[in-house]
Design a protein around this ligand. Structure first.
Ligand code: NAP
Ligand code: MG
Length: 481
């Protein structure tokens, strides 16, 4: 392990953790250690929050929206200039196929491009009130934002959280996941190069229960954004409640793909298999249940079978449809779901295959289609966070809606039907944050408000909607007589 590791960035300076402890970084592709990150903890979080607080009172507070936008535009351009370097880093750190990593880095640049354009358009309101009064509602930055992100899309989540935070004039402390911090460190360096004042972005790498917990509990943090598991989401919301600060939680899902017998089957099958194998199924919005109208079940499931059987799993550089999952624990978790489903007598309809590039020490699991899966089974209820698809038959519209809404989650739904009236009827009744009709935009759509209901969390990220989360309304009532 390298003796001196510096992945902590506070007040414009790189440093190691005070304790000088570091954490090994393993490649999901072969399980070998290829680097190390600093193990920041409470002392580093305290310094980072202080730096973010100080930066709020510094030149950043008088930097006009268009000037913030220019810095963000420059960052977007720098990200594209370093696209290949960042994509290679992301692919090595997370195991994702290199084409997917490049797509993620382009999305990261796009976040800064989008929010750069929004930075001078955060508008307030003028309200009608009593005669002799002028009432304005202004949107002000929340202040110091604590951002905790997971390992599945580290670079693009850097953009998804920091983009709207900077556009609205906040400062941030980011705690990425211990399993995938490398691209965030490089992006932080690029943000500094783009001209962000010291203290506007602070990065503390480390463990969730140390650095993450310290950040979420810090009394001088004004706003929290968390993406990850519902269990940790509960801890974050509890910490936010203790400090009386708002939080946005994005906690995954069990998103249904609902296929009616009049759907464009070719397009639906291709998209549905693509989405559940993309990023090895480790996508919060992955459509992990496919609900198929019984009259078309055999035919459509046959098409899914052909496509799932053709999925190959291998190393990032082999650039296949599917890579390894993030770590040994996740591989065991996914394998546990596969073993239990088999043990419970659920049929495996199709499985992908291992490519030669998938070495034995890597964290590979086989993409698998199960069906028919009873709606009460864990495969139909729980988030696997792996390339596992559960096929479930339904009779009619009412049953499709009941099954779709019949889990604890409510993030995204895909709806496949050519019947326009049905598209509207069903979309209205789905308890989710996003509905895709005859398409499914799991990772894309920087412009599109995104977030869940129920156990999938609350609050909205992405699009202009995110600007509301990162600001607070101040009402000014002026009596001029
Ligand atoms: P997790 O523990 O919820 O991790 C998400 C983030 O929270 C990471 O940065 C993590 O840091 C941090 N964290 C962990 N414990 C914390 C604490 N006590 N206080 C504050 N922050 C804390 O998720 P995971 O363990 O990596 O994965 C477990 C499962 O969560 C997965 O199998 C999957 O089902 C789900 N998941 C969902 C999403 C999503 O996009 N919705 C993303 C990832 C995982 P460390 O990584 O350093 O612990
Ligand atoms: Mg963890």
């Amino acid at each position: 392990m390298p003796s001196e590791v510096r992945t902590i960035f506070i007040g414009g300076e790189w440093s190691a953790a005070q304790s000088h402890d570091s954490l090994e970084v393993r490649s999901p592709t072969d399980g070998e250690v290829f680097g190390a990150i600093s193990r920041g903890g409470k002392p580093e979080i305290e310094r980072a929050v202080d730096a973010a607080r100080a930066a709020l009172a510094g030149p950043w507070s008088t930097t006009a929206g268009f000037e913030r936008g220019r810095i963000m535009s420059k960052l977007s351009a720098l990200i594209l200039d370093h696209l290949e370097e960042l994509a290679q880093l992301e692919a090595r750190d997370t195991g994702k196929p290199i084409t997917q990593a490049r797509t993620d880095i382009r999305a990261t640049a796009r976040y800064f491009e989008f929010y750069a354009g929004a930075a001078d358009k955060v508008l307030g309101d003028v309200l009608p009130f009593l005669d002799g009064y002028q009432v304005t509602v202004q949107r002000e930055p929340r202040g110091v934002c604590g951002l905790i992100i997971p390992w599945n899309y580290p670079a693009s989540m850097f953009g998804r959280t920091i983009g709207p935070a900077l556009a609205t004039g906040n400062t941030v402390v980011l705690k990425p996941a211990e399993d995938a911090s490398m691209s965030c460190a490089r992006l932080t360096a690029l943000a500094h190069e783009a001209g962000l004042p010291a203290g506007v972005i602070n990065l503390v790498t480390g463990l969730g229960e140390e650095a993450g917990a310290a950040l979420s509990q810090h009394p001088d943090v004004d706003f929290l954004s968390f993406t990850g598991s519902p269990e940790v989401g509960t801890l974050i919301q509890t910490a936010a409640a203790r400090n009386h600060v708002p939080c946005v939680l994005e906690l995954g899902g069990k998103s249904p793909q609902i296929v009616f017998d009049d759907a464009d089957f070719e397009r639906a099958a291709q998209t549905i298999v693509g989405v559940i194998t993309q990023n090895a199924g480790q996508t919060c919005s992955a459509g992990s249940r496919v609900l198929v109208q019984r009259s078309a079940y055999d035919r459509f499931v046959g098409m899914l079978k052909a496509r799932m059987s053709a999925v190959r799993v291998g190393a990032p550089e082999a650039d296949l449809e599917c890579g390894p999952v993030i770590n040994r624990t996740q591989a065991q978790k996914v394998q546990g779901f596969l073993d239990r489903a088999r043990g419970d007598g659920i049929d495996v309809i199709a499985q992908g295959s291992l490519d030669r590039s998938a070495v034995r020490t890597g964290y590979f699991v086989l993409p698998t289609l199960f069906g028919p899966v009873p709606t009460t089974h864990e495969l139909a209820q729980d988030e696997v966070f792996g390339p596992v698809l559960a096929a479930i038959p339904f009779e009619d519209e009412a049953e499709a809606i009941a099954i779709a809404n019949g889990t604890a989650y409510g993030l995204v739904a895909g709806l496949w039907t050519e019947n326009g009236a049905r598209q509207m009827r069903v979309a209205k009744k789905l308890r989710v944050g996003q509905v895709f009709v005859n398409n499914y935009g799991a990772g894309g759509g920087i412009e599109l408000p995104f977030g869940g209901v129920k156990r999938s969390g609350h609050g909205r990220e992405k699009g202009l909607e995110a600007l509301k989360e990162y600001t607070v309304a101040k009402t000014v009532v002026l009596r001029h007589g």
